[in-house]
Design a binder for this molecule. Structure first.
Ligand code: ADP
Ligand code: MG
Length: 383
């Protein structure tokens, strides 16, 4: 049975009628460009072949009933007329956050039944949250003929995450999920919000992208994320620029005299990471993915040493992958847990997997979840 059929029949079982439509949106791996999005800089994510899929049927009584295949919360029913960001919590904050933003923008949502099935791992740094927001945003946009562009839907999802869920994230996750094209990464300039596809054909070079989910949940890290944001804002203020995006490596000597040591390290990560994104994009366009390994690994070192958002499990995943044949490896996502990625030749895959499993067992860490991902298409209607 296809995902579409499975979600359709699960919907029908719960709600005793068939859905009006089925919509899907992917999680993402950020290839490179970490914490640069809210600094108006560059990012280079790709959509993965792990997706959140929603089946939806509209109703007109201002009620929403939602159920997820994940967990045992059962059907949650809410009165849309009484929707309030303050009282939304748990997983329904993601879909209902999107509804709230749409209504704030003047779009009327009459009511709906929704069934969600997702195979994006939760809290692994692969943006299971944005996948839900984007699937719901695309679904309501189409079923209600709202007419927002993908770029506008990005901002709807981001605002839901910021103002309803309460996570101060940038536009990276929703942009990857909504703007991606199959076999490509998405280069995104977060200042102009211009994006363009960058070829990422791993199979052509006999490569694979391994995700090593450390299963260290990053959800406890909201404070760390916000603290990094605050450091970046302080750095920009002291440097006298509107965002760290305005600075380049040439500014570093002067900045080291202006900023306290910690803030200088945070700022140096953002400046060098922006350059690495540009270098990675250029490398992909000229030499292909065989040529980006060192940039990925340099990005990890910067996050570990300057931005200090890695953790021992992520460092072990990266170091072990590199020692067993990875061309490059780095933690991906907001940090403090979640997943690492390793770019590996196909013939090294079995060896890297085994070595990482062994290293984690030897260190006494929880066994990691290891799987490959391929660059896939962005959010769309399935049925
Ligand atoms: P990430 O986006 O990196 O996976 P987040 O903490 O931003 O991590 O989002 C994870 C949260 O998203 C979960 O705690 C849960 O509330 C929600 N979520 C994700 N996938 C599902 C799902 N399939 N069913 C219910 N809730 C989900
Ligand atoms: Mg998230």
């Amino acid at each position: 049975m296809s995902t579409t059929q499975a979600v359709q029949s699960a919907f029908t079982e719960v709600f005793s009628s068939s859905p009006d439509g089925v919509f899907t949106a992917p999680g993402r791996v950020n290839l490179i460009g970490e914490h640069t999005d809210y600094n108006q800089g560059y990012v280079l994510p790709f959509a993965i072949d792990r997706t959140a899929t929603v089946a939806i049927r509209l109703r007109d009584d201002r009620s929403a009933s939602l159920v997820s295949s994940h967990g045992d919360q059962g059907v949650v029913t809410v009165d849309l007329a009484a929707l309030d960001p303050e009282t939304l919590h748990g997983w329904t904050a993601y879909p209902l956050g999107v509804v709230w933003v749409l209504e704030q923008q003047g779009h009327h949502v009459p009511g709906f039944d929704l069934y969600l099935a997702s195979d994006v791992p939760l809290g692994a740094g692969l943006s299971s949250s944005a996948a839900i927001e984007c699937a719901v945003a695309v679904a309501l946009n189409e079923l209600l003929n709202i007419g927002l562009s993908p770029e506008e839907l990005v901002l709807v999802g981001q605002r839901a995450e910021n103002e309803v869920v309460g996570a101060p994230t940038g536009i990276l996750d929703q942009s990857a999920s909504l703007l991606a094209t199959d076999g490509h990464a998405v280069f995104l300039d977060c200042r102009s919000r211009e994006s363009r596809p960058v070829p990422l054909d791993l199979a052509a070079d006999s490569l694979a992208m391994l995700v090593i989910d450390t299963r260290v949940s990053h959800t406890h890290a909201t404070g760390g994320y916000a603290a990094r944001r605050a450091s970046c804002e302080l750095g920009a203020e002291v440097a006298g620029v509107s965002s760290l995006r305005e600075l380049t490596a040439q500014d570093l000597p002067e900045l080291s005299g202006l900023l306290d040591t910690e803030t200088f390290h945070r700022v140096r990560h953002i400046i060098t990471e922006n350059q690495r994104v540009l270098d990675t994009m250029a490398a992909l366009e000229t030499g292909g993915p065989l040529t980006i390994g060192e940039l990925l690994t340099a990005s990890h070192a910067s996050m570990r040493d300057d931005f200090e958002i890695s953790c021992p499990e992520l460092d072990l995943a990266v170091d072990t992958s590199l020692a067993h044949g990875a061309l490059g490896a780095r933690m991906t996502g907001g940090g403090f847990g979640g997943s690492a990625i390793a770019l590996i030749p196909l013939d090294a895959e079995a060896g890297v997997r085994a070595a990482v499993v062994d290293a984690f067992a030897h260190a006494g860490y929880t066994a990691p979840d290891i799987f490959t991902v391929t660059p896939g298409p962005g959010a769309r209607r399935l049925a």
